[in-house]
Design a protein around this ligand. Structure first.
Ligand code: FAD
Length: 520
C-alpha cells in the first residue's frame, strides 16, 4: 500500500529517512517493519514562529517498493534528416527550444557566440584574476547562457505549474538532483549546472541536432518581411526560420534590429545594487536563533518588497550562502550579480536590491527611442567602472552609511573576488534610484530587525535584471509582428525573467516554429 501523508515536523526529523520512518511509525501507527521507504513529495520551511518547522508531503511505501525513476522521462526523436530551425543562443531559452524542436521532430541548429560551458569557465576566472572581460565569453555569453554560472534558482512566478514541472523534469533527466521536484524553492547550484547543461547538449547532438559554438549571428536575412536565415561572424550562412533567444545582454542584437527597422519597444527594468550580509546574520534573523541555522536547516533566504514614491523597491535573485560575481559582458563596464554552489555553504548571503524604473523616468534618454533604457544601463555600468578604479574592482558602501549619505573608509569582508573600493554610491548613482533604495532599506530594517546594518555592503551596480527592450511578437503565433519566421524568445525578447520562465518560453516558441516549418 502507498499512503500520502502531510507532516509538520522539526528539521532534525525531516533531514533523515530513518527518523522519518520512526516518526511515522510512532505518530501514524505504521508498522516499522512494513514501512519500506518514505519519499518526500513536497518540502517547505515555516520559519514564521520562534520554533521552525518543516512542512512535508510524503509518500509512505508500506509492503511496497518505490519505482526507480523519480521524474517524468521525455522521449526525443531522431531528427538528422528532418526540416531545420535555427536557434540563436544556447541559454535556457535556446536549449529548451532545441530540445522541444527535437520532441516535435524538427532539427535544431544552435548558434552560440560563446564557448562551451567548460571552456567558458576559464574566461570567467580571468575576469576576477586579470580584470579582463572577453566580450564573447563571460557570465552572460557562452553555453548555458546567463543561467550557467548562477545560483540555479528554479522558481518562477508563472502560474502555469504544469509547464514548470516539465522544465524541472527535463533538468532531472539530464542529471539534476530530484530534490528540485520537491522543494518549494528549488535550486541546482553553480557547481552542478555545467554538467547538466553538457548532458542537454549531448541529447541534442545524439538526436541529430547541431551546436555551433563561437559563432555569432551578425544579421538576420530578411526577404519580403520573412526571415530566411542568418549570417554569422564565421562567414557561414544558415538557412531556416529563426528562434532568437539571445538574452538581455546582447546589445549588438538590439542595435541591429533598431537599425534595420525591425519593430522593438523600450520596456521598464529594475536597477540598484547587490547587497551582501554575513549569512550567519541572515540565519539569526530568519530563524530567530542567535546560533544561526544549526545542523539541519538550509542557509536562510529573505524576500522584501515595498513601494516608494510610485515605484517598486525589492530584493531580487537572492543567493544564500553565495558569492557576488563580476557580470559585465564587455570592457569598461562593472556589473554585479550573484551565484551560489549547490550546498549554499559560503559565509555570505547576497541579493539584488533594486528599484523599478520606466522609460519615462529618464527623459534625457528618450532620444534613443526603443533603446532608451539600454543606453541608460550601459552608461551607468561605465560610470560604475570609473568609480571602481577602471578595473573589475567594484564601488561599494556600507548599508547604514548609504542611508545616512556618509562615506566610511573601511568595508566589511566580501565574497566579490576582484575586490571592492569604498565609494559614495548615494552621491553618484542616479538620485531617482538612491532615494528610493534608501527609504526601502529603512522600511526593510523595520520589518526585519537587524537587517539594516553596517555589517552589510552595497556593491554597485545591478543593472541586468531583465530586458530593457521588447522584441514585439504576436501573442498567438509567437512570431514577430511584422517579420514572419522570426520567433523572439526568452528574456532578451522581453517574455521571460529567469531560468525556468526562459525554458518555458523556449518550449512555446519551438512548438510555434515547428508548426510554421511543417506548414512550409
Ligand atoms: P540567456 O541566458 O542570456 O542566453 C542568451 C544566449 O545567447 C547567451 O548564451 C549568449 O551568448 C547568446 N547570444 C547572444 N547574442 C548572440 C548572437 N548574436 N549570436 C549567437 N549567440 C548569441 N535566473 C534564475 O532563474 N535563477 C537564478 O538563480 C539566476 N541567477 C543568475 C545569476 C547570474 C550571475 C546571472 C547573470 C543571471 C542569473 N539568472 C538567474 C537569470 C537567468 O540566467 C536568465 O534569466 C536566463 O538565463 C535567461 O535565459 P535566456 O535563454 O533567455 O537568455
Amino acid at each position: 500500500m502507498i499512503q500520502e501523508i502531510q507532516l509538520r515536523i522539526l528539521p532534525e526529523i525531516a533531514a533523515n529517512e530513518q527518523r522519518l520512518k520512526e516518526y511515522l511509525s510512532k505518530e501514524n501507527g505504521i508498522s516499522l517493519k512494513q514501512l519500506n521507504a518514505v519519499r518526500i513529495l513536497k518540502r517547505s520551511i515555516d520559519a514564521r514562529q520562534r520554533t521552525v518547522f518543516v512542512n512535508l508531503k510524503v509518500r509512505a511505501y508500506i509492503n511496497e517498493m518505490p519505482a526507480d525513476d523519480e521524474y517524468i522521462h521525455t522521449t526525443y526523436k531522431k531528427v538528422e534528416n528532418a526540416p531545420q530551425v535555427i536557434v540563436v543562443g544556447a541559454g535556457p531559452g535556446g536549449l529548451f527550444a532545441a530540445l522541444k524542436l527535437i520532441e516535435e521532430g524538427i532539427k535544431p541548429i544552435i548558434v552560440e557566440r560563446g564557448k562551451n560551458v567548460r571552456d567558458r569557465k576559464k574566461d570567467i576566472a580571468l575576469i576576477s584574476r586579470e580584470h579582463i572581460v572577453d566580450p564573447e565569453s563571460n557570465y552572460s555569453f557562452g553555453e548555458g547562457g546567463a543561467g550557467a554560472y548562477s545560483d540555479g534558482k528554479l522558481y518562477t512566478r508563472s502560474k502555469k505549474r504544469g509547464n514548470t514541472d516539465k522544465i524541472l523534469n527535463v533538468f532531472c533527466q539530464h542529471g539534476a538532483s530530484t530534490s528540485i521536484l520537491v522543494d518549494t524553492h528549488p535550486h541546482i547550484g553553480t557547481d552542478k549546472l555545467p554538467g547538466v547543461i553538457e548532458k542537454m547538449r549531448n541529447t541534442i547532438l545524439e538526436c541529430g541536432g547541431e551546436v555551433h559554438f563561437e559563432t555569432r549571428m551578425d544579421a538576420l536575412i530578411i526577404e519580403n518581411n520573412e526571415v530566411k536565415g542568418i549570417e554569422t561572424n564565421t562567414g557561414k550562412t544558415l538557412l531556416g526560420p529563426v528562434i532568437l533567444a539571445t538574452g538581455h545582454s546582447a546589445r549588438d542584437v538590439y542595435r541591429w534590429l533598431a537599425a534595420n527597422n525591425v519593430d522593438i519597444e523600450a520596456k521598464g527594468i529594475a536597477v540598484g545594487v547587490r547587497l551582501e550580509h554575513p549569512q550567519m546574520l541572515i540565519d539569526q534573523i530568519q530563524y530567530h536563533n542567535k546560533n544561526g541555522r544549526g545542523d539541519y536547516l538550509p542557509a536562510a533566504e529573505y524576500s522584501f518588497v515595498t513601494q516608494v514614491e510610485g515605484r517598486g523597491v525589492y530584493s531580487f535573485c537572492m543567493c544564500p550562502g553565495g558569492f557576488v560575481v563580476p557580470a559585465a559582458s564587455g570592457p569598461e563596464q562593472v556589473v554585479v550579480n550573484g551565484m551560489s554552489p549547490s550546498n549554499r555553504g559560503s559565509k555570505w548571503s547576497n541579493s539584488g536590491m533594486v528599484v523599478e524604473i520606466h522609460p519615462e523616468d529618464f527623459p534625457e534618454y528618450a532620444k534613443y527611442g526603443p533603446l532608451a533604457l539600454m543606453e541608460f544601463q550601459e552608461e551607468l555600468e561605465h560610470q560604475c567602472w570609473m568609480q571602481g578604479g577602471r578595473r573589475q574592482t567594484a564601488p561599494a558602501q556600507r548599508m547604514v552609511d548609504f542611508t545616512k549619505g556618509k562615506l566610511g573608509s573601511s568595508l566589511p569582508d566580501s565574497s566579490y573576488s576582484p575586490g571592492l573600493v569604498s565609494s559614495p554610491l548615494h552621491f553618484w548613482m542616479p538620485q531617482f534610484i538612491t532615494k528610493r533604495l534608501s527609504q526601502g532599506f529603512q522600511q526593510f530594517g523595520k520589518f526585519s530587525h537587524g537587517f539594516l546594518t553596517n555589517e552589510a555592503t552595497m556593491i554597485g551596480v545591478e543593472t541586468r535584471t531583465s530586458s530593457p527592450v521588447r522584441i514585439i511578437r504576436d501573442s498567438e503565433s509567437l512570431q514577430h509582428i511584422t517579420i514572419k519566421g522570426l520567433f523572439p524568445c526568452g528574456e532578451g525578447a522581453g517574455y521571460a525573467g529567469g531560468i525556468v520562465s526562459a525554458g518555458i518560453d523556449g518550449e512555446r516558441c519551438a512548438e510555434s516554429a515547428a508548426k510554421y516549418v511543417q506548414a512550409i
